[in-house]
Design a protein. Structure first.
Length: 296
């Protein structure tokens, strides 16, 4: 009898599970069909069911939302902490550089005081805007909106924020013309740093002017900085022009430091060269000097 009763319970439980599974499948199919029907009445029914079900599920979404907010707050705190540590490291580095700069400034001041150094006066400058490239004798030049009334003189150096652009060639009262280093008529005396050799930067209407009249080209390396030499007293010395590059044919050319593609404003230096001594001073008297003989 016990065995028969156990079989009946097992059969009843199996039947109950099948009925529950069938009901769940039927409910899922009904919801699927209900959600797929495109009808205003069915849409209102779906909204009614959603309004009835969502408030009851709100208690399950609140913990998840709070946990998500906690994770986001923790991530923000970690980012703020990392940024704070990075700023502290940068501040320490800048403090070291500041201390080094102050020490160098003090040392420089002491050395100037000990040697009684007379510093050269700073060159003044005026900034002008390139308005147009009107007709003129140069193929690569620009017309500026500053002239003699602003203190611009013929032959002055023109620079952008990176390096030498060219020189002034032609000055009016309110306008002036700058001839670029790339113009075929441009000739600028330069020095190749590293080897210390002097050369002439010659424009040839290309974006990379030639470096001519170099005494020993074997001592020149690609990437050497090229600055103005100041020979002739027209352009100031030590103005960056660019870096040396070697063309495919072996010619030395210059990669310009100035950005001609975005050139709009240029700075005109009013360079006043130091006076040159052309004759000896008073070491030798103009007339012979004789000592007077003492009376006997």
């Amino acid at each position: 009898m016990a065995y028969v009763s156990g079989q009946k319970q097992t059969s009843l439980w199996r039947t109950t599970r099948q009925i529950l599974l069938g009901v769940i499948v039927l409910v899922c199919l009904t919801l699927f069909v209900l959600w797929r029907i495109d009808s205003p009445r069915v849409e209102r029914l779906r909204m009614t069911l959603a309004d009835a079900a969502l408030p009851s599920m709100e208690w399950t979404t609140r913990p998840a939302a709070r946990f998500t907010n906690m994770v986001q707050d923790f991530q923000s705190y970690v980012r703020v902490y990392e940024q704070n540590e990075e700023l502290r490291r940068e501040l320490q580095t800048m403090s070291g550089w500041r201390e080094a700069a102050l020490q160098l400034e003090q040392r420089n001041a002491r050395l100037r005081a000990l040697n009684n150094v007379q510093l050269s006066p700073r060159a003044t400058f005026v900034t002008g805007e390139i308005m147009a490239d009107s007709a003129g004798p140069f193929s690569r030049s620009g017309l500026l909106n500053v002239g003699a009334g602003n203190g611009v003189t013929d032959g002055s150096a023109a620079l952008d924020g990176l390096g030498l652009v060219g020189r002034i060639s032609g000055v009016g009262e309110e306008t002036s013309r700058v001839i670029f280093l790339t113009d075929i008529n441009s000739r600028v005396p330069v020095v190749i740093q590293g080897s210390g050799q002097r050369a002439i930067l010659t424009g040839d209407n290309t974006d990379a002017p030639l470096i001519d009249f170099v005494e020993d080209t074997a001592r020149v390396r690609p990437g050497d900085r090229v600055v103005t030499s100041g020979d002739g007293g027209v352009l100031p010395a030590d103005v960056l022009a660019g870096q040396v590059i070697v063309a495919a044919n072996g010619q030395l050319r210059l990669r310009l430091a100035a950005d001609y593609d975005r050139l709009r404003f240029v700075r005109i230096l009013n360079h006043r060269p130091q006076p040159t001594i052309h004759r000896p001073g008073g070491l030798i008297a103009d007339e012979p000097f004789f000592f007077a003989e003492e009376p006997e």
